[in-house]
Design a protein around this ligand. Structure first.
Ligand SMILES: *Cc1c(COP(=O)(O)O)cnc(C)c1O
Length: 411
């Protein structure tokens, strides 16, 4: 499906469908219940937990954008993950990536501990380990690509092919890219989930989620469980999310342009040790990113030279990057995974996962790229300067070097 088509679906879905008053924008239905037409004759909707017109418009739009047969809009992204686990029985095996979203990791390990299903955690890029586990015919494999915060990728098409040979359902968490930049169902996945809190809503004012299914049968089963568990989303949230979704294709264009501008500054900067971004040729899965994604996204992370002092100095000077968790909003954000998003991991687990204390993650917003680059640039310069004064003693023997050379010598 072309990107233009996606923009049309996002802007047009549900427009001019109001039969009562000819409202251009589909109305928000807050009513919890709906009358029966007459004795024994139910209308399309009866009770809002089971079905709601506003939520249905959002679900239809997401299903079309992802190329699915149907979608369920859930109260949170975690509710979307919970809904998928409802498809599992105690003897079923679920396979999840070692670096999946922390909340999902907690959900899977906690439910497995209670005996809700069997669980295997694996590095899905370790082909041998993955093949061994798939040979055990898992009921479901969970993918998340790119991963947080190091932007590692897995090959959705290749894993789906292998999984299907063993009768395994493939679920892909598409939160980091949105259907504008990656459509896992077209690559073989059976189910896509979103924390719509992030790019889909895109304005950092709604926590919500969605599950999109490839087949009508799966969509129906998921809708049944969502109603049964009571985890469907609120109509008001769906209304706001639909409003945000209208501009998703437009936003993603600017997000990406800005991310490219930020990467351009960071990649050769003397105070930056390493940049993690799938768009860089030295990213280990750059070729896969080019093949699998329609763009490289607007999430990136990088390591600063000069230790935690350098990180503190950098963060203290930023004007347009708010120090906050979450991502995907129009406003730029910066996070320090070791003390924020990944603080609940042990130090050793973080080291194993490659999350150092100098790692910084940014969610690049849609502001003017020159402003963002200038902001990053002055904060990096300040970090470099304060690092110098903190380690002055180490440089006594290197008087002849200019600033850039000193930094290289230090790094
Ligand atoms: C935020 C997030 C979730 C959880 O979603 P909530 O809306 O916070 O419940 C799941 N997966 C990924 C990749 C996320 O970033």
């Amino acid at each position: 499906m072309s990107q233009e088509k996606l923009a049309t679906i996002a802007a047009q879905q549900g427009i001019c469908t109001d039969g009562n008053h000819g409202a251009v924008v589909p109305p928000l239905y807050l009513s919890t219940n709906y009358t029966f037409e007459e004795f024994g004759k139910k209308r399309e909707y009866d009770y809002s937990r089971s079905g709601n017109p506003t939520r249905a418009t959002l679900a239809d739009t997401l299903a079309q954008l992802e190329g699915g047969a149907g979608a369920v809009v859930t109260a949170t992204g975690m509710a979307a993950a919970t809904l998928c686990t409802a498809l599992l029985s105690p003897q079923d095996l679920l396979v999840v990536p070692h670096d999946c979203y922390g909340g999902c990791y907690r959900l899977f390990t906690s439910l497995a501990k209670k005996g809700s299903f069997q669980l295997e955690v694996v590095d899905q890029n370790n082909e041998k380990a993955l093949d061994e586990i798939l040979a055990r015919k898992p009921k479901m494999i969970w993918l998340e690509t790119p991963s947080n915060p190091l932007l590692r990728l897995v090959d959705i098409e290749a894993i789906s092919k292998k999984a299907h040979a063993h009768g395994t359902l493939v679920v892909a968490d598409n939160t980091f890219l949105s259907p504008v930049l990656q459509r896992p169902l077209e690559l073989g996945a059976d189910i896509v989930i979103h924390s719509t809190t992030k790019y889909v809503n895109g304005h950092s004012d709604v926590v919500a989620g969605a599950v999109i299914a490839k087949t009508p049968e799966l969509a129906e089963e998921l809708a049944w469980w969502a109603n049964c568990l009571g985890i469907t989303g609120a109509p008001f949230d769906a209304y706001l999310t639909l409003r945000g979704l209208r501009t998703l294709p437009l936003r993603m264009k600017q997000h990406q342009l800005n991310a490219e501008a930020a990467v351009e500054l960071l990649k050769d900067h003397p105070v930056v040790e390493k940049v993690h971004y799938p768009g860089l040729e030295n990213h280990p899965q750059h070729e896969l990113a080019k093949r699998q994604q329609k763009g490289f996204g607007a999430m990136l992370s990088f390591e600063l030279k000069g230790g935690v002092e350098s990180v503190k100095a950098f963060l203290s000077r930023l004007r347009y990057f708010a120090l906050a968790e979450s991502l995907g909003g129009v406003e730029s954000l910066v996070a320090h995974p070791a003390t924020m998003t990944h603080a609940s991991m042990t130090e050793e687990a973080r080291r194993e996962a490659g999350i150092s204390e100098t790692l910084i993650r940014i969610s690049v917003g849609v502001e003017d790229p020159e402003d963002l680059v200038a902001d990053l640039s002055q904060a990096l310069a300040y970090a470099a300067q304060s690092t110098f004064s903190a380690i002055k003693g180490q440089y006594s023997g290197q008087q002849g070097l200019n600033d850039t050379e000193k930094l290289r010598a230090f790094g």
